[in-house]
Design a protein around this ligand. Structure first.
Ligand code: SAM
Length: 260
């Protein structure tokens, strides 16, 4: 029995076992006793995950047909197969209140939402290894000065070290996706706080990138009528030129204006 690929669920099954093994081998899971796989499909990664005796594997899959396939082919997983939507999953109560790693060949249509969920649960998720659309992988890994550097790059790089691991061609999937793919690894950078008001940081980064071609002077003026009191050089810069550390400094400067 094979699972019939459903486009609306981003189902492109990886057919190359060597690449599957490379992806699983990229997971360090240092000191982690559990891992969660998002969207196992027919279990090409799960197969290798189960070879590892140092951690316990959980999977979450939204597609009922795939879930039936998994129960049949991986009976040892038993109640560690969760049928449902990763975006709705309560990680602490359903997976673990202790840190665990995430892995998956992601459904590309919801990869950004998956990363926002990772950020919301960053204390629980010190490592992520995933395959995703190459364009999004490049964006997440890019730094200041790059045209594709954006909100998700800044948010994720604030908390994780990010490595671009491998490119994966279309022809190793069934059916082949229209886009190219890549594998990345996120590893918690050890920060426990940003050294600024994090709610304001998120607002500043979003606001600045919402008008990414504009100088900060224009894009962030709604935060304070005294924005011109900030460093004149800084105000002439565009968001894509600012490092994470500079966004943190900018947040602190804006907060000072708001409190004085
Ligand atoms: N891991 C398999 C592989 O590599 O061949 C399948 C990868 S496929 C790109 C993405 C998988 O995620 C599909 O099996 C799909 O059904 C599942 N999926 C889609 N949306 C999901 C969601 N919100 N929560 C959990 N799984 C989801």
């Amino acid at each position: 029995m094979q699972v019939r690929a459903k486009k609306n669920l981003g189902q492109h099954f990886l057919t190359d076992k060597n690449i599957a093994r490379d992806i699983v081998d990229s997971l360090k899971a240092t000191n982690l006793s559990r891992i969660l796989e998002i969207g196992p499909g027919m279990g090409v990664l799960t197969n290798f995950l189960l070879e590892n005796k140092n951690y316990e594997t959980f999977v979450i899959e939204i597609d009922h047909e795939s879930v039936e396939y998994l129960h049949k082919h991986f009976p040892q997983l038993k109640d560690r197969i969760i049928e449902g939507d990763f975006l709705q999953l309560d990680l602490e109560s359903q997976i673990s209140d202790q840190p665990f790693a995430l892995i998956g060949n992601l459904p590309y249509n919801i990869s950004s939402q998956i990363f926002f969920k990772v950020l919301e649960n960053k204390e629980l998720i010190p490592e992520v290894v995933c395959m995703l659309q190459k364009e999004v992988a490049k964006r997440i890994c890019s730094g200041p000065g790059s045209k594709v550097y954006g909100i998700l790059s800044v948010f994720l790089q604030a908390w994780y070290n990010i490595e671009y691991l491998i490119d994966v061609p279309e022809y190793v999937f069934d059916p082949p996706p229209k886009v190219q793919s890549a594998v990345i690894r996120l590893t918690a950078n050890g920060r426990t706080d940003l050294g600024c008001n994090e709610t304001l940081f998120r607002k500043v980064v979003k606001q600045a990138f919402n008008q990414r071609r504009k100088m900060l002077r224009n894009s962030i003026k709604s935060f304070s009528s005294r924005i011109e009191e900030l460093d004149a050089m800084l105000l002439t810069r565009r968001p894509e030129q600012l490092s994470v550390a500079e966004f943190i400094d900018l947040t602190n400067s804006i907060e000072k204006l708001l409190n004085n």
